[in-house]
Design a protein around this ligand. Sequence first.
Ligand code: B1M
Length: 224
Amino acid sequence: MNTEELLTKLAECVEFGKVNKAAPFPPAMKGQDGADELAKLAVEMGIKPTDILNEALILAMDKVGDKFTQKKIFVPQMLIAAKAMNAAMAHLVPFFKSGEVKRKGTFIIGTVAGDLHDIGKNLVAMIVEGAGWEVIDLGVDVSAAKFKKCIQDNPTAIVGLSALLTTTMQSMQKIAAEIKAEFPDIKLIVGGAPVTDDFSKEIGATGYSSDPQGAVTLLNSLVA
Ligand code: B1M
């Protein structure tokens, strides 16, 4: 297998959620090497980690995000694709740590105080990470103080707030105001089922996205 064939195959594994050779899913790829084995092989073959990331993994996750936006795939397919992505990424971690592979930026994300919904937030975190960002996931029920502490430690980060309840939209508004009072130049993006573009403008957020791929596009535009 040459480099191009290997990266194409690796991208397919991520796109269709073939985690490793033992994984029975997807049935059409049963018994074949998965993202785990192929990423390992790519590193052993000396393919540049940035090429593995950009020409296989990110490419595949972009497709996954687009298909999800277009409702061609659903949450389970996106989760399994993210699992395959993570299996491949494990082989690239040493290169990230050494600084050989540069991230596009840091994205701090959390579900706002009072809100325990994390499925959508986790999807956003996974897709953004898959798109080449460092993601700091603060979890659920995150207070303004916790966001602010994290921003202090990561001053160039962009912040993402997620809310799933109409009641916690108020919490989102309060947290956004507290963050902006202390960090007026911070870039803040918001999302979650009840959140709208109008609401994001009302609370002074930098931007809004209704889905993970939109969040990636927004983030990329903010550092372009
Ligand atoms: Co809750 N819940 N829930 N719930 N729950 C909803 C949201 C609800 C609409 C159900 C309903 O009544 N039809 C309703 C909210 C009504 C409202 O406020 N308008 C509701 C309620 C009322 C409640 C409780 C109050 C119920 C109760 O206890 N009486 C309670 C609140 C607890 C709390 O948070 N304090 C509660 C609890 C729960 C569970 C814990 C049981 C569970 C959450 C488990 C978990 O997350 N780990 C749960 C669930 C699963 C749901 C539903 C069924 C599914 C939510 C979900 O995961 N959707 C939901 C009904 C529904 O949506 N059909 C419901 C799938 C997910 C992929 O979509 O989260 O929208 P979503 O994320 C999307 C986008 O919004 C976007 O990208 C994601 C992918 O496309 N996105 C962002 C999200 N964050 C983003 C951030 C971005 C950008 C995009 O940038 C930063």
